[in-house]
Design a protein around this ligand. Structure first.
Ligand code: ASP
Length: 322
């Protein structure tokens, strides 16, 4: 059995590409890297790679990670600028025994030395989003509804290949209007991602500052390691963290997670409305599902309709009214 599951609708073209490789006995690491690169390269996804939304200083600073579930190798970059495919740099770093997580200039220096493709990741479209948000923030300055950080989303994936190897990877430009140097959960092992070929792989998206409080990806993998189905593992991990945060802090940020186990069974859970994910297995063509959170944090999902898919693309590509 092979398969891939990923956060958000934006991942479906990527996992389709990954599935082509897995079908041909491809390696989980190669497939997940190719799949994430596809999302990084598409300019209309405004929270990952090229076209990603900038920080407060109008710079696109990206976080990415890669984990090999068989060797437990981890590589990650954080706050890296001006490189086309952060996930590939993260994967390259995962082969280093030390210095396998690099940030900012250190990461850029390494990527340059290794010959990774340089690219100005700030598109005109992302600049327009920035200018629009600055105006909105000024207009709302007095209102309590000020939300400089809305407009994020990470592509996070879990992958199983036909040889039983699992991998996890992430890529994001992080929170829109974040402070320069801010690092989210996505490059942090156990929070944004985790993979263990014996137990399963998982990845998270949402408010990094809160996801890190529960090491949520590790928690989902740990639960799968106890024989719990990925769906239940995801729901338990999300609901426990959501409850703890509400009890102790009075509120919880967005928490969403996807997971797959070594049998190719999968699951997804969220504490928000509007979470979507994409999945493909040997038995299931690439499919986008929309998640509904029911009572007691049970999560159900239904296949996204044609209309929904069309509307999604239209809104992603619509001109930005500033
Ligand atoms: N988790 C990401 C971050 O905090 C953003 C997201 O997934 O929406 O950087």
């Amino acid at each position: 059995m092979w398969g891939m599951i990923a956060t958000w609708r934006m991942a479906v073209e990527g996992i389709t590409r990954g599935a082509e490789m897995l079908k041909e006995s491809g390696d989980a690491g190669d497939a997940i890297e190719a799949a994430i690169r596809q999302v990084e390269d598409f300019p209309y996804y405004k929270s990952v790679g090229y076209g990603g939304l900038p920080n407060e200083e109008m710079e696109v600073e990206m976080d990415a990670a890669y984990m090999d579930g068989s060797t437990l190798d981890i590589g990650a970059v954080a706050a890296i600028r001006d490189f086309a495919n952060p996930v590939s740099i993260a994967r390259r770093l995962s082969r280093e025994k030390v210095n396998s997580m690099l940030v900012a200039e250190g990461a850029e220096k390494f990527a340059h030395k290794e010959g990774f493709e340089r690219k100005n990741m700030l598109t005109d479209r992302a600049k327009a989003h920035y200018r629009k948000r600055v105006k909105e923030m000024a207009a709302q300055a007095a209102a309590e509804e000020l939300k400089p950080y809305s407009g994020h989303d990470t592509v996070g994936m879990a992958c199983l290949d036909g040889m039983g190897k699992m991998a996890a990877a992430t890529s994001t430009s992080g929170l829109f209007m974040k402070k320069k140097g801010r690092v989210g959960d996505s490059p942090i092992s156990g929070s944004g991602f985790y993979a263990d070929s014996r137990k399963g792989a998982a990845s998270a998206t949402g408010l990094g500052e809160d996801l890190m409080k529960g090491c949520i990806s590790y928690e989902a993998v740990r639960l799968m390691g106890e024989g719990i189905h990925p769906q239940e593992a995801c729901e338990t991990a999300v609901n426990r963290l959501d409850r703890e945060l509400r009890e102790r802090r009075g509120e919880a940020g967005d928490i969403s997670i996807i997971a797959m186990n070594p049998k190719g069974e999968w699951g997804a859970a969220t504490n928000i409305e509007g979470f979507s994910f994409a999945v493909v297995t040997e038995e299931l063509e690439p499919t986008v599902y929309l998640v509904t959170r029911e009572e007691k944090g049970r999560c159900t999902y239904e296949k996204a309709s044609e209309e929904w898919m069309e509307h999604y693309m239209k809104t992603r590509m619509a001109p930005i009214e500033e």
